[in-house]
Design a binder for this molecule. Structure first.
Ligand code: HPA
Length: 273
C-alpha cells in the first residue's frame, strides 16, 4: 500500500485528543526494557489497539502501549513495545510509529534494543552505543513513492546515528555502573537466531552486535530529519561464540537483569538532551 501523509496524520490527530502537550523526546523500548516506562511521571497511556492506523505488538515481552509523560522534567513519549518484520509487517509498514512521533512534534528519537554480541570483547549486560549499522537483508522502509513532506527521495545516512548524541551517551556512561562500547549493529530479520556461520560472516563484515529491530526505525527517523541515538543492551553472546544454544529466555532474563541500571542511565540521557 502507498501511504499518504493523511494516513499518518490520522494517528497523530487522535493522539492529540488524548494528550495536551508536545513530547520532545521519543523513546522506543526493546524487549524487557520496560522499567524505563515505569519511571514516567503523570503517565497518559494509550493502547496501540486504540490508535487509528497504528500497528499491534504481537511479541509477549512487548507491552503495546504509548506512554506520554515527564522524565526528569522533560516531556517524553515512549513506545513500550515495537514492531518487527518477523511479526509479518512489511518494511513499508514499519515507518508508521516514527512518522507518527514526528507528526506529534518529537525533536529527538532514542531507540533501544536487545542484541547478541559478535565482538568477543563484549559481555552480556554491556551496552553498545550504535555508531553505524549494516543491513544487507530486506528492503528499505523508504521504498516506494516518496512523501516529500517527510524527507527527500535520496538521503544521506553517513551521520545517521547523530555524532553529538553518541558523544553525550558515552560521556554519561561514565556515571553508570554498566560497561559501555561504541560499535556497529547488524540487522538480521529473524525470527530465528543467526547461524554460527552468519555470525562469523557478520564479524568479518565489521559487526559488533546483531539484532532483529531498530534499523527500519532509524532509517525512518533520519529520512524525516530527526536526531537519533540508538542503544543495544547485550543480552547474549551471538550464535556459535559459546558452545551452547541460544534461547529467548536467556535474552529476556539478561535484559531484565540490567533493565533497572539501564533505565537510570536512560533518565540521565533524557535529562541532558
Ligand atoms: N540475535 C538476534 N537478535 C537478538 C539476539 C541475537 O543473538 N539477542 C537479542 N536479540
Amino acid at each position: 500500500m502507498a501511504y499518504t501523509r493523511e494516513y499518518f496524520q490520522a494517528s497523530a490527530d487522535f493522539l492529540r485528543t488524548r494528550v495536551d502537550f508536545t513530547p520532545e523526546v521519543g523513546v522506543v523500548l526493546g524487549s524487557c526494557l520496560g522499567p524505563f516506562a515505569q519511571t514516567i511521571e503523570n503517565p497518559i497511556v494509550v493502547d496501540y489497539a486504540d490508535i487509528p492506523h497504528f500497528l499491534l505488538s504481537t511479541v509477549a515481552s512487548h507491552a503495546g502501549k504509548l506512554i506520554f509523560g515527564s522524565v526528569e522534567g522533560r516531556k517524553v513519549v515512549c513506545m513500550s513495545g515495537r514492531f518487527h518484520s518477523y511479526e509479518g509487517y512489511s518494511f513499508e509498514e514499519l515507518v508508521i510509529p516514527i512518522r507518527v512521533l514526528k507528526l506529534l512534534g518529537v525533536k529527538t528519537v532514542i531507540l533501544t534494543n536487545a542484541a547478541g554480541a559478535v565482538n568477543r570483547d563484549y559481555r552480556p549486560g554491556d551496552v553498545m552505543v550504535l555508531r553505524d549499522h549494516i543491513k544487507l537483508n530486506g528492503d528499505s522502509p523508504l521504498r516506494g513513492p516518496n512523501l516529500e513532506d517527510f524527507g527527500p527521495r535520496f538521503f544521506d545516512v553517513s551521520r545517521m546515528y547523530t555524532p553529538e548524541l553518541r558523544k553525550l551517551a558515552l560521556d554519561l556512561s561514565k556515571r553508570s555502573p554498566l560497561q559501555f562500547h561504541e560499535g556497529t549493529y547488524m540487522f538480521f530479520p529473524g525470527p530465528q537466531f543467526e547461524t554460527p556461520a552468519e555470525i562469523r560472516a557478520a564479524r568479518l563484515l565489521g559487526a559488533d552486535a546483531v539484532g532483529m529491530s531498530t534499523v527500519t526505525e532509524a532509517l525512518t527517523a533520519v529520512h524525516c530529519g530527526l536526531p537519533l541515538l540508538a542503544l543495544s543492551v547485550i543480552t547474549n553472546m551471538a550464535a556459535g561464540v559459546l558452545d551452547q544454544p541460544l534461547s529467548a529466555k536467556e535474552v529476556d532474563e539478561a535484559a531484565e537483569k540490567i533493565s533497572g541500571a539501564f533505565s537510570d542511565y536512560m533518565k540521565t540521557i533524557v535529562a541532558a538532551i
